[in-house]
Design a protein around this ligand. Structure first.
Ligand SMILES: [Fe+2]
Length: 383
């Protein structure tokens, strides 16, 4: 098999310390990578969907000569108790590495476990009381996504859901980028329509948020525009009529947006999405994209003219309003909701959404200023 290798990259403004392998069947490289990295003991953490696949059996068979244990417990969410349990396990058995194969929750759980194993204490102490800080490297972490959407295989943070219906982000630019990412589109072949749609829209949303982000740079722009164009042209087919080629393109688009927003973070669409997920259980990609077309109508005109032009070209639209319509129509065609009211949210819930949205700093990453009153007017208008 052929995999494209992406070596770590560092320029004055852009940093990507993760070494990435991209290509259909690139998972087969895992055995070689373990040998190359001289890993003597590792924990393999997998999502439930992957554990039921032939690929899982293949991985276990291929790795039987390597010093790897399989973590058997289910990982439902990247939350405090799940992370603390794996950290306890890793500290006890003194693993050198964690290999994670799964969706965003599995990858984020493992990413937190990899960093905390080499530190002391519980995840809550880093996120809630903030009495502890990330100060050193974690275990060597290999991230292998099974969806085309999260991008977490190349980002220096992990989403963690608190017991208090709050979303936290464990973040360390210096220490939390995965050492290695393997992006194998074959692993996305068995994704169902809903997961393909929601993870794909999350990827498109993150690409657009990377582009209009205050922290953008030349390199992140190149990745973001590529991702927007590729996902826009392939997501509907990936949902309704997937072929290997389409899955390959979506994996590429998702990988590109990961490379883009790894250096910018997300923005207001994600800020508003967290309470929708934490309080009302809305799937992440649906929650992030439900406000996206409406935010596009306001935020794209606030970009400098030449930046608007590049973004609209990637969206294949002539005006910001038409660009927003492109995304809105795509969402409708792949079965996603475009109104908060269609997600079981009531008008009375909007105040809670606003309070929780401002809990993160993501609101401020855009070229427009949103205070609580302005966000309220916005959400009521699009409700
Ligand atoms: Fe996201």
């Amino acid at each position: 098999m052929k995999a494209k290798t992406f070596e770590p990259k560092k320029t004055k403004r852009y940093s990507m310390p993760t070494k990435a392998y991209f290509g259909r069947n690139s998972l087969q490289l895992l055995g070689n990578i373990i040998v190359e990295k001289s890993i003597h003991s590792a924990l393999l953490v997998c999502g439930e969907h992957f554990k039921k696949s032939d690929d899982y059996r293949q991985v276990i068979s291929n790795l039987k000569e390597t010093p790897i244990d399989v973590y058997n417990e289910k990982i439902k969410r990247s939350d405090f108790s799940t992370i603390n349990r794996i950290v306890t396990y890793c500290r006890k058995y003194r693993y050198e590495a964690i290999i994670a194969i799964g969706g965003g929750s599995v990858l984020d759980t493992a990413k937190c476990a990899a960093i905390l194993t080499t530190h002391k204490g519980l995840i809550e102490e880093y996120l809630v009381s903030k009495s502890k800080k990330i100060t050193a490297k974690g275990l060597l972490y290999i991230a292998i996504p099974t969806t085309a959407g999260t991008g977490t295989e190349v980002t220096p943070w992990a989403t963690v859901w608190g017991d208090n219906k709050r979303k936290y982000s464990l973040y360390s630019k210096g220490f939390m980028f995965p050492a290695i990412a393997i992006v194998d589109s074959h692993l996305t072949d068995s994704l169902n329509q809903k997961d393909t749609a929601t993870s794909g829209m999350d990827a498109l949303c993150q690409a657009i948020e990377a582009y209009w982000n205050k922290h953008h740079n030349r390199q992140s722009d190149i990745y973001a525009l590529e991702a927007i164009s590729v996902i826009r042209t392939n997501l509907e087919n990936a949902v309704r009529n997937p072929t290997k080629k389409i899955r390959d393109r979506m994996a590429w688009g998702s990988f590109m947006q990961g490379l883009a927003f790894s250096n910018t973070q997300t923005t207001i669409c994600h800020a508003v999405s967290y309470p929708l997920t934490a309080r009302w259980g809305v799937t992440h990609g649906q929650a992030t994209s439900v406000t996206l077309p409406s935010f596009m109508r306001g935020i794209i005109p606030a970009l400098p003219k030449n930046r608007q032009k590049h973004l609209l070209s990637a969206l294949n639209a002539h005006t910001p309003a038409l660009g927003a319509n492109v995304v809105e129509q795509l969402m409708i065609r792949i079965g996603l909701k475009i109104k908060l009211s269609a997600l079981g949210i009531t008008k009375e819930n909007i105040n809670v959404i606003i309070e929780d949205s401002f809990y993160t700093n993501r609101v401020n990453n855009i070229p427009l200023q949103y205070d609580k009153q302005r966000l309220k007017r916005f959400l009521v208008a699009i409700y």
